[in-house]
Design a protein around this ligand. Structure first.
Ligand code: ADP
Ligand code: MG
Length: 389
């Protein structure tokens, strides 16, 4: 079963195309912190404009939960995108207004989560959205796992296509899932154990090595009886963490950095084979150590396929940023050539941007949750909804 690429669509000239993007970028007030997701959808938008289509962009930003919130307007996003595209005009329009006015060459609907019908995937709301356009394009891979009106609802009502970004993401992820060259090295960190475990379960049989960092390490140490003080631990998964930690493919840290969150007090701790106290009650394990990264580097340097998701430590606060930045540089250095390299996840992409090396990675997935679900083998509703034609 395949989905149609927008590049296969004929007669784009003069057609109104509703494009669901994911411009839910990190913001500080009205300032955009990282515009990776905006840039990622530019090829699709330019392709449509270049072929004479009229583009109506749809995105959400933040969690307004079905109500208008001035602070969550998409206006700053439209402004930045207008500069990127070099177009004369890119207005933000309210859905109600859009229904009754003539549309311009390119416009952006106001935050779609201002409307309660969006997240409920309300049929009448999806119909309203569909009435704006002749065709639908899903480009925002990062929302493809959401059963929302502007993702799945409209796709079932209009002729629907995959955008260039969505296609690129699916192709890249399929490559690591179906045709990964060995050695295949997967590195997983981050905070939310429950989103990482399905990926670990799915990939353990096929990977050559699984390098772990972040909260996964803390949870595994705790499960094995080490004293981890106030470290971030996912208690719900202690039993499974213990079982998994016995798997020989999981390469475990041999040193960690423990300290206080502020970064004012920290120290290096070597992990012994037998459980012991790693940190005091008021301390936390906040990064994996340099010896560990040296060991991990050995695996990465031999990899032919590389996938990384999740910070190795509490990188937002120095000095706990070292392992995560090292991981980013190692993965980027080995990608686009020796290995096929894929990274994804909100914070992960942010860190790769910090190193300035994103362009050296084969696929920088814009999806966090969506990427993990796709890699875990789940069917994403947004992609399924495109499969009917
Ligand atoms: P991603 O969004 O990249 O998939 P997650 O959302 O799972 O990753 O987790 C990223 C967050 O986890 C980061 O904000 C980071 O600060 C935090 N983190 C990682 N390791 C630790 C740790 N040892 N202690 C506390 N927080 C951590
Ligand atoms: Mg995250």
């Amino acid at each position: 079963m395949s989905i149609l690429s927008i590049k296969k669509a004929t007669h784009l000239r003069g057609r109104r195309v509703l494009v669901r993007v994911d411009f839910n970028v990190p913001m500080k007030g009205k300032k955009i912190v990282d515009d990776t997701r905006l840039r990622a959808s530019v090829p699709t938008i330019q392709y449509l404009l270049g072929n004479g289509a009229k583009v109506i962009l749809v995105t959400h930003v933040g969690r307004p939960r079905g109500r208008y919130a001035a602070a969550l307007s998409v206006a700053p996003l439209a402004k930045r995108l207008k500069e990127m595209l070099g177009v004369k005009e890119l207005k933000v329009v309210e859905l109600k207004k859009a229904l009754h006015t003539k549309i311009s060459d390119i416009s952006m609907l106001e935050n779609i989560r201002f409307y309660s019908g969006e997240e409920k995937n309300d049929r009448a709301f999806a119909k309203q959205l569909a009435s704006l356009a002749d065709m639908f394009v899903l480009d925002g891979f990062a929302v493809a796992h959401r059963e929302a009106a502007s993702v799945c609802g409209v796709a079932r009502l209009l002729p629907s296509y995959a955008g260039i970004l969505l296609e690129k993401e699916i192709t890249g992820l399929d490559r690591v899932m179906k045709r990964a060259k060995k050695p295949f090295v997967l590195a997983l960190g981050g905070a939310k154990m429950e989103t990482k475990l399905p990926v670990m379960r799915k990939f353990l049989p096929s990977v050559s090595a699984l390098l772990v960092g972040g909260g996964i390490v803390n949870t595994m140490l705790k499960a094995r009886g080490y004293g981890v003080g106030g470290s971030l631990v996912d208690r719900a998964f202690l039993a499974e963490a213990l079982r998994m930690s016995r798997n020989k493919k999981i390469i475990f840290p041999n040193d960690v950095i423990v300290g206080v969150r502020s970064g004012k007090k920290y120290r290096h701790v070597l992990l012994q084979k037998k459980p012991h106290e790693v940190c005091k009650k008021r301390e936390e394990i906040l990064d994996v150590g340099p010896a560990t990264m040296r060991r991990y580097a050995g695996y990465i340097k031999k990899a032919r396929t590389l996938v990384w998701n999740g910070a190795m430590g509490y990188f937002e606060q120095p000095p706990y940023h070292h392992a995560t930045l090292a991981m980013a540089r190692l993965v980027a250095s080995r990608s686009k050539g020796e290995a096929f390299g894929v990274i994804g996840g909100g914070e992960t992409v942010q860190v790769m941007e910090m190193t300035g090396m994103s362009e050296y990675v084969d696929l920088v997935s814009t999806g966090g949750g969506a990427m993990l679900e796709y890699l875990a083998g789940k069917k994403l509703p947004g992609i399924e909804a495109l499969k009917k034609h």
